[in-house]
Design a protein around this ligand. Structure first.
Ligand code: GLC
Length: 476
């Protein structure tokens, strides 16, 4: 039995096999999913399912690798994360040399594949969204890259790597893309549809919460990572500090929805001109969907999914809300109230498999118009209201950060045995996540690493902080 498995078994004395067996199974999957470049492990494939519906599930996705990386860091295998960070940066630099692609933004890739050849002849095949299904731009990759660099620095103390000219240049480059002047009056980041974990048309273009939470985390991390005495960093540090403050204030104020705010929106006056307008974004009360009035629990609240001119997306997006709690975009009170929603709407948001990706599902005409009649995103499936075990680590980290240990434990107990028995599926279907996703892969790496991480966090609640996942300093 591994050290983690033994420690986790102590946590659940009467449920030893419920935790230890899934943990061993998850670790076997993690090891089998390792990707090698020139003989060294540099990533993990998204899925080991030979019958996966899309070819790129055999790629290493940047976002899918994040929970693998956190596990490696906590297990003292930081060199894999360092090599991943260097390789992804090299791949990004390669893109500049690719002829015919000059119109692409200089972002980090969504994924890459290593074609192993004879000694020293391994080939790299990246996807910057230029090959992806639907040609979606992976805006979140560069943000996760910065958060991973910070986690690596925090856990290993390898400041030499972080301060190298190469890493400093990369962080500056990423900030330059995010902070560039554009036609916007909001401090949030405007992105195209499907530019993050939800990488298909789902009505998530604009200013989706998940991107804003990652942007907030990226700015905070960059302020720590960039050398303050390097004159090349001065401008970007200054702009980042200002933007962080504006972004945080704006999201906390305008994305927040509780019963008092819902009442206010219900009675909003519209068409108001001027700086002091109570309805600055001109949200029409008629746009409040029926479900939200009944669903929003008394004495709790959450950050809405998206916000723009005349547009509030009232859907509850779990990952965005959980990241806002973990990284401190939500303030202390808001974080407590967000976790209350998970407690009070447990069946909807956790049910038989943590965690529902977004609630509720879009149906009928709305589904047709917003997804383009996407058969993979039918109601209560996949991105459209499916349950994703890869989000378990975030639920557990957020619960521990807000003192909800029992909630964290309950979620992990629901997930472990079932995931192992079902062969680590990618997602589940149904209102309460009762069915294995219709087109879900099996042996999905982040379903396994999400569970390993959850067990590690429960075992040692200081583990998230070792990875730089803290709310500290967020109130600044
Ligand atoms: C799907 C998910 C995306 C993930 C990829 C690989 O496209 O929507 O978030 O990165 O599969 O697992």
């Amino acid at each position: 039995m591994s050290g983690v498995a033994a420690a986790a078994a102590d946590l659940y004395p009467d449920r030893r096999t419920h935790v230890t067996e899934p943990l061993s199974s998850a670790y076997r999957l993690l090891e089998a999913s390792l990707v090698y470049y020139r003989g060294r492990p540099v990533g993990t494939v998204a899925s080991l399912d030979a019958r996966a519906p899309a070819e790129n599930y055999a790629d290493c996705f940047v976002r899918d690798f994040v929970p693998s990386a956190f596990v490696f860091l906590l297990d003292g295998r930081g060199e894999i994360v360092r090599d991943f960070l260097s390789l992804v940066l090299r791949i990004r630099d390669m893109q500049e040399e690719m002829e015919g692609h000059h119109a692409l933004p200089r972002v980090m890739p969504a994924s890459f594949r290593v074609m192993n050849g004879p000694e020293g002849a391994d080939e790299l095949h990246p996807d910057f969204g230029d090959r992806a299904i639907g040609r979606v731009a992976p805006v979140d990759s560069m943000m996760w890259w910065v958060l991973l660099l910070r986690a690596y620095a925090q856990r290993t103390g390898d400041l030499g790597f972080v301060r190298s000219a190469e890493m400093q240049r990369a962080v500056r480059m990423i900030l330059n893309i995010c902070l560039r002047d554009r036609f916007e009056i909001f401090p949030t980041l405007l992105v195209p549809d499907g530019s993050f974990m939800i990488d298909r048309r789902m009505g998530v273009y604009g200013h989706p919460l998940e991107i804003q939470a990652l942007f907030h985390g990226t700015l905070r991390a960059a302020l720590e990572l960039l050398e303050p005495n390097d004159p090349d960093n001065a401008t970007v540090l200054d702009l980042s500090a200002k933007r962080l403050k504006q972004l945080t204030d704006y999201v906390r104020e305008y994305y927040w929805l509780d019963l008092a705010r819902l009442n206010a929106i219900h009675r909003y006056r519209t068409e108001l001109f001027g700086r002091e307008s109570e309805n600055a974004l001109n949200i029409y009360p008629e746009s409040i969907p029926d479900w939200v009035t009944d669903w929003l629990p008394e004495d709790s609240g959450y950050l809405v999914g998206n916000l723009g001119p005349g547009r509030m997306d009232f859907r509850f997006f779990s990952f965005g809300n959980l990241l806002a709690v973990i990284l401190g975009l939500a303030d202390d009170m808001q974080s407590q109230l967000i976790m209350d929603v998970f407690e009070k709407r447990w069946n909807d948001l956790v049910g038989m498999m943590p965690v529902k990706i977004c609630y509720p599902a879009m149906e009928g005409r709305e589904w047709r118009l917003m997804t383009g009649s996407d058969p993979k995103n039918i109601p209560w499936s996949y991105h459209n209201g499916g349950n994703w075990p890869c989000l378990l680590w975030a639920l557990v980290a957020a619960a521990l950060a807000t003192g909800r240990d029992a909630l964290a434990r309950r979620a992990a107990e629901v997930a472990g045995p079932r995931l192992m028995r079902d062969g680590w599926p990618e997602y589940y279907d149904g209102r309460n996540g009762r069915l294995i996703g219709r087109r879900a892969n099996f042996h999905q790496a982040w379903s396994a690493t999400g569970f390993i991480l959850a067990a590690k966090f429960l075992d040692d609640p200081s583990a998230p902080a070792l990875l730089g996942l803290t709310r500290n300093g967020a109130e600044a």
